[in-house]
Design a protein around this ligand. Sequence first.
Ligand code: 23J
Ligand code: MN
Length: 268
Amino acid sequence: MELVADKQKTALEMLSSALVCGEVEIVDLTHTLDPDFPVIVLPPEFGQCARFRMEEISAYDHRGPAWKWNTFTCSEHTGTHFDAPSHWVSGKDLPNNTVDSIPSENFIGPVVVIDCSDGAAADADFELTPAMIENWEAEHGRIPEGCWVFMRTDWGKRKGAAYLNMQDDGPHSPGPTPDAIKLLIEHRNIRGFGTETVGTDAGQGMHYTPPYPAHYYLHGAGKYGLQCMANLDLLPATGAMILCAPLKIKNGTGSPLRVLALVPKGEQ
Ligand code: 23J
Ligand code: MN
């Protein structure tokens, strides 16, 4: 009698079993869309970002006896959201620079997390620098090409006015220096950069050269941004993957979305 060899499991079958048995866990990195969640506030001469709003169409009543539904409105850049290259002037002429045209393989991939939470707790204007990235790499290895890089600040745990941290001279929240973002793009060729703060840039990011350097360099290089994320403290420094598919808005510069991380058990 012929022996039937055990069929080798495909990568997807292995992932499926890992999810079923809890070997790989799902961590939600998304804030709830809520009218109270802060949006970026720009200097008054500029157009402003709309908060999330919801209006009831019917709720099992005379407007619709057996159904409930709502209409919501918001900016492309409200809540936990994705930034496409067309969001910034530096990326305006790139091919596939809008949320509906970005090739979808970019919406799933590995992520590394640089923990800046101690620095951000001590200084609201904490800067992620090239030296910090190199120190991180000395401990965790080189940032792989095509990887998402998340800057953990625990800013997602802030409530109310402490989130934007608006002062007389504008908002104060941590972010990367121009050189740090250039290092990640030019020498590591990352796929995108994600933060827990209201932008990929620091609150005072308009004072760098160029202003808002994360937006300027990332989108000019065809890279993506994720902002207003939550729960980055539940991710390992390396070894997680994210799913981050924006809504398919025609010519959209960004979109609110659900960001999910796949994390090996016991690594959070
Ligand atoms: C417009 C202008 C400046 C910034 C932003 C938007 C964002 O942070 C955003 O949501 O992309 S810094
Ligand atoms: Mn944005």
